[in-house]
Write a new protein. Structure first.
Length: 462
């Protein structure tokens, strides 16, 4: 029995599976089998399963293909590949630059592998759900013993996506789920898969037995739930009325995000930077203790209300907050024995981070470099510009009804557009090549028919 598959479909499947799990958890073989909607390709990984359904008609018995062979096939520019099954013998046929190629493999059948059951109820979301899971994956930690902080918590009771590594936490609201309990979902790179996002317009999610189920178009995948407890976060956003609040301008957020990694003073433990709020400046500083120099990123368009402060924070945490669209950061400026977390709010998002206990080093005269968000160039540290402040109406809790931070349309966006265009061109090229092959085949058939007719005519004249 012969089954013909477009090489690009195999490439798309291989890319999605490669992002589904870690390299050490990839499958040994891939299963091809008939289903109600066509041909289903399945990968059974350690802790995950993915199926990709193609609208291809086949009468072939189920067969397997080694994962290594699949990767070899998708690395070359073939148009289509024929899979011929005879018992346990699997023969592959294709053309490479017009030259026929053949490869033989052993097929081991379907074995005892079973695709997990689909849940009876699923919730439909836009790809904002995948974006939320990607943001959540930046705040996880596999090394925690007490809690399962290596996973993302889908909190059904409050319809939230929550993640924390014990030092920072992200809470994202308004995701309807079909369950009421906490479901701990593993972190996976497949949520960023461009190939997956090109196959559908929305995401379906549900839970069945030990699996978290996702569907996008013709792709279904299951991630095995993580067992363990997850901490509550409500206690960190109470008693915040008297906080000092920094209101971050979107342009200032982009300005800081692009430069914060390059600030001096990086180390392997804390990566400290210091947020400084006073009557003259709003700034983020990095200090080089070896040379006793400092660089300051001055936020000219932002403002704050409350007390002056100088507070240390891990630069990765601050960059995460800005990338999540956190536009208001609250700091407890009261004298307290315990360290009080920094609290931030954005559009349907809450961010929590622990400040550093270290105090900001003194800046020696003449050793401070200042970059302004207005000029984005070095300015003299002697020039002081008054800070624009606002009178805010006190509330029991800062409003979250703010516009999300505008994301910079820089090199990353251009690269994503280029990759999407490349994917579209590849699909078009595959279709064109298939059409060319069909035309060539038809021409060969027509030539053979003409030669046969001419031969018959010659026989009649004999």
């Amino acid at each position: 029995m012969k089954t013909t598959i477009n090489r690009f479909d195999l490439y798309r499947f291989e890319r999605m599976v490669s992002k589904l799990v870690k390299p050490s958890e990839l499958p040994t073989n891939v299963l091809f089998a008939r289903c109600e909607d066509g041909l289903q390709i399945s990968a059974f990984c350690n802790g995950a399963v993915l199926t990709y359904t193609l609208p291809s008609r086949t009468e072939s018995d189920p067969f397997t293909l080694p994962w290594g062979t699949l990767k070899e096939l998708v690395a070359k520019k073939y148009d289509t590949i024929d899979f011929v099954v005879q018992g346990r013998e699997l023969t592959l046929h294709w053309y490479e630059n017009g030259i026929p190629q053949t490869k033989s493999e052993q097929s081991f059948g379907s074995g005892d592998r079973r695709i997990p059951a689909k849940p009876e109820k699923t919730a439909t979301h836009s790809f904002d759900l995948f974006d939320a899971l990607l943001d959540a994956s930046k705040c996880v930690d596999d090394g925690n013993v007490r809690y399962a902080l290596g996973a993302v918590c889908l909190r059904g009771a409050t319809n939230q996506v929550i993640s924390t590594d014990g030092r920072q936490a992200l809470i994202q609201d308004d995701f309807d789920f079909t369950f009421d309990n906490d479901v701990l979902c593993p972190v996976s790179k497949i949520f960023a898969s461009r190939e997956l996002r090109d196959l559908g317009e929305n995401v379906k999610i549900g839970v069945k037995d030990d699996w978290v189920y996702f569907n996008v178009g013709g792709v279904n995948f299951w991630l095995q739930k993580v067992e363990g407890k997850y901490p509550l976060m409500d206690q960190f956003i109470k008693n915040i009325d008297d906080h000092t609040w920094l209101n971050v301008d979107p342009d200032d957020a982009i300005f800081v995000s692009e430069r914060i990694e390059a600030l001096p003073g990086k180390d392997k433990v804390h990566d400290p930077v210091y947020i400084n709020l006073d009557k003259n400046t709003i700034a983020v500083r990095g200090h080089d203790n070896a040379t006793h120099t400092a660089t300051e990123l001055r936020l000219e368009n932002s403002c704050y209300t409350g007390s002056h402060l100088s507070l240390g924070i891990n630069r990765k945490f601050l960059k995460n907050a800005l990338s999540f669209g956190i536009v208001r950061l609250g700091f407890d400026t009261k004298d307290a024995k315990d360290i009080v977390p920094i609290v931030g709010f954005g559009d349907k998002k809450t961010f929590i981070a622990m400040p550093l206990e270290t105090k900001e080093p003194n800046v020696e005269p003449g050793k401070l470099t200042v970059l302004s968000s207005n000029t984005k160039a070095s300015v003299s540290p002697k020039i002081e510009k008054p800070v624009r402040t606002e009178k805010l109406i006190p509330t029991s809790r800062p409003s979250r009804n703010v516009k999300p931070q505008a994301k910079p349309k820089g090199k990353v966006t251009v690269l994503e557009d280029a990759m999407k265009l490349r994917l579209s061109l590849r699909t078009t090229l595959t279709d064109v090549n298939s059409l060319i092959q069909s035309i060539k085949s038809q021409r060969r058939h027509d030539k053979l028919l003409r030669d046969t007719v001419n031969s018959l005519r010659k026989l009649q004249n004999v």
